[in-house]
Design a protein around this ligand. Structure first.
Ligand code: NDP
Length: 449
């Protein structure tokens, strides 16, 4: 970790390390928030007195369970799944499910912890939670995915509900997986409870613009950072990591706002297309055919595919990390700054290492942390819950406008908080402190629970 904590916060951090051994990503996420809370405790000593920070760092509930399932050949596999219900001071737990072989409790806890503050920033009534499994969906047939999702929901159903805990998608979990999980939930409970999951299909309770929301929202946030400095997306050269749900719709919105996205990636390699990436080709490869990104060169012979390597060595004005945690380290940050990058906004959760963040902050380039910049996804999930509760269905344009307004508000409140606490333009401080104060006030009102 880069920054030092003041004495009180260091003690809290040491306790978190002691109580949660081996959970490095969770430690990193907690440290990053604690680094910014010193001035808050000076202004609001009652939060320290009521041990709000210690309580926020301890999940309200953690569920770990076995998921047995059979592959197409009849072989039995056993995966492990998690749901961490972190904080419900502002509403039912809300956060996605991640299916990736790297998933373990420390990853789900870091994601759940970040989700508390992100959800608070949206201004909508949602608490923070997250879940997932070490299941690897790559190369699995539709039937195998279905059997896995059904087995997972056979346990998860008893812990979730529209007023309790509302999962959605994340890495490895999109509309198909949400469909299989919803079907099993409905079958077991005999209830058509639309509000129990978000990211549903448009024909059965899903919200328009939810698929696009995280990527679009990240670009709306980037645009606001630029506008605050009298600039815009127009004519900017952009590099986006990843080529999944968040990356694809960040590319789409960046193009719409007049920027040119020249590169994206997956875990195997990088595509560089100096003409600007072809969105239709990307969607065909990733959403329809579910193939590897290298297939892009079949559509554009002049595009370059680089196996491995760092996407951050490609010179750009704006970098949008949209793949996974800790994908952008100090060396990458240095390279970006040296190559003239002026803004970084995180579509992914915690993609920049603490050392990388320090380099962006020292160089005084615009840096929008995931908690703020990718909050559009969960915000639109909360809009899906609103539509489900009122049995309504909003148009794409109306929903997108709500999303844009939410991102403008998040940017404004982060910026104003950063100025109020003497660090104008520091969106890390702005996001952490704004989110924390909202949750802390609600917890304080509800007593020691
Ligand atoms: P997807 O599964 O749709 O796409 C993930 C992309 O990231 C893929 O291109 C994948 O490549 C790449 N990737 C994943 N893990 C790694 C890795 N270890 N190394 C390199 N590349 C990797 O996920 P999403 O687009 O939904 O999520 C991307 C990020 O955005 C995550 O951090 C997620 O937490 C965050 N996020 C998502 C939200 C949503 O609404 N979906 C909301 C807010 C944040 P490959 O196919 O090769 O694995």
């Amino acid at each position: 970790m880069t920054a030092r904590l003041d004495e009180k916060l260091e003690l809290i951090y040491q306790d978190v390390l002691h109580r949660n051994p081996g959970e490095n990503e969770f430690h990193q996420a907690v440290h990053e928030v604690l680094e910014t809370l010193g001035p808050v405790l000076v202004k609001y000593p009652e939060f320290a007195e009521k041990k709000i920070i210690q309580r926020i760092c301890e999940p309200e509930r953690q569920i770990i369970f076995r998921v047995p399932w059979q592959d197409d050949k009849g072989e039995i596999h056993i995966n492990r799944a998690f749901r961490v219900e972190f904080n419900s001071a502002l509403g039912p737990y809300k956060g996605g499910m991640r299916f990736h072989p790297s998933v373990y409790l420390g990853i789900i806890k870091f994601l759940g912890f970040e989700q508390i503050f992100k959800n608070a920033l949206t201004g909508l009534p949602i608490g923070g939670g997250k879940g997932g499994s070490d299941f690897d969906p790559k190369g699995r047939s539709d039937d195998e995915i279905m059997r896995f999702c059904q087995s997972l929901m056979t346990e998860l159903y008893r812990h979730i509900g529209e007023y309790t805990d509302v999962p959605a998608g994340d890495i490895g979990v999109g509309g198909r997986e949400i469909g299989y999980m919803f079907g099993q939930y409905k079958r077991i409970t005999n209830r058509y409870e639309s509000g129990v999951l978000t990211g549903k299909g448009l024909d059965w309770g899903g919200s328009r613009a939810r698929t696009e929301a995280t990527g679009y929202g990240t670009v709306f946030f980037t645009h606001e950072m630029l506008k605050a400095r009298g600039d815009s997306m127009e004519g900017k050269k952009v590099v986006v990591s990843g080529s999944g749900n968040v990356a694809i719709y960040a590319i789409a919105k960046a193009h719409e706002l007049g920027a040119k996205v020249i590169a994206c990636s997956d875990s195997s390699g990088i595509i560089v297309d100096e003409k600007g990436l072809d969105l239709a080709a990307l969607k065909q490869i990733k959403e329809v055919d579910r193939r590897r990104l290298s297939a892009y060169t079949e559509f554009h012979k002049d595009a370059k595919y680089v196996k491995g390597g760092s996407i951050w060595s490609i010179p750009c004005d704006i970098a949008l990390p949209c793949a996974t945690q800790n994908e952008l380290n100090a060396n990458d940050a240095k390279t970006l700054v040296e190559n003239g990058c002026i803004a970084v906004a995180e579509g992914a959760n915690m993609p920049t290492t603490p050392e990388g963040i320090a380099i962006f902050q020292q160089a005084k380039i615009m840096y929008g942390p995931g908690k703020a910049a990718n909050a559009g996804g969960v915000a639109t999930s909360a809009l899906e819950m609103q539509q489900n509760a009122s049995r309504d269905s909003w148009s794409f344009d109306y929903t997108q406008k709500r999303l844009e307004d939410i991102m403008i508000d998040i940017h404004k409140s982060c910026y104003e908080t950063s100025a109020e606490f003497g660090s104008e333009g520091n969106y890390v401080l702005g996001a952490n402190v704004t989110g924390f104060i909202k949750v802390a006030r609600a917890m304080q009102s509800m007593g020691v629970i």
